[in-house]
Ligand binder design. Sequence first.
Ligand SMILES: O=c1[nH]c(=O)c2[nH]c(=O)[nH]c2[nH]1
Length: 321
Amino acid sequence: MAELSSLSHARYGKDKVRVLRVVREGSWHHVVEYSVQALLEGDIDVSYTKADNSVVVATDSVKNITYYLAKTSPHILNPERFALHLGTHLVSKYAHIHKAFVTIEQLRWTRIPVETDGQSEPHAHSFYRDGEDKRIVKVEVDATAGKNQIVGKVTAGINDLLILKSTGSAFTNFVRDEYTTLVEVDDRIFSTSVDLSYTFGQFNIPAPKDEKKLDFVVPKAEPGSIWDVEVPEKARKVTLETFATDDSASVQATLYKMAQQIIADNSGIQSVTYTLPNKHYVPVDMKYIGVDNITPLTEAEVFTPLAAPSGLISATISRKQ
Ligand SMILES: O=c1[nH]c(=O)c2[nH]c(=O)[nH]c2[nH]1
């Protein structure tokens, strides 16, 4: 049996480490809620092939390290930096672990606006979930070339940002043949659930200098770079505003405009991927109850969402070298 197969890929760690962290600046509190996945690669083959656990940093320990850094890292409020800090610690602490893959899903907690003296002010310690979209950060920390030559790679973005526009969207001039039943429309509902990810160019990470390998140094934050904390909010804003204002010829054409704008705005971003389901809303034919809701089609007022099937439009747009 042994000669027939070999281990070609191995990676393990902890998934769904859920953490809410409170940072107190006096009475002004910050909160973040993350679900963290931290996976390891390295000289771990014998744990699979020889039942030798001496190379295994237990996934329970990976969970404990995640909580330890959630408590101690000065970068906890920023998921990119926290993920890089965690990954850098893992590859620095363990000689035989060469790569760490950290994925963070961040849930929204936004300050509740409270009216005080006729002015709406964000509350100091009360928050609400103002959207089911999540911020996603995927980090690879690679110390394969040596513990003093650590390389970081980051892809970040958004999942599940649900949007809809009731006009400003057309779909015409597509292939017409014996399979075509779709009618051309110059006005329709356009709804999608945005998954966006953008990838930064790789960068060097200084090795932690302290004995416990807990140091993590953040360099100067050039605008549009991985260290620029404004990038995520800018990308979300561009996505929403382009969707709202584009006179859409198709999901494809609007997607391309969003991605182009993100690349133009952020010099550190190398490529942008959107995945956009076309969540169809169909006009209801109400003739059977004596109401005309569908002539002309562009003036339909009552629609029903079609759960399935949906279109699925995806593309990656890359910066020209
Ligand atoms: O924007 C669209 N792109 C398509 O590729 C497509 N296909 C379809 O049936 N409707 C749409 N809409």
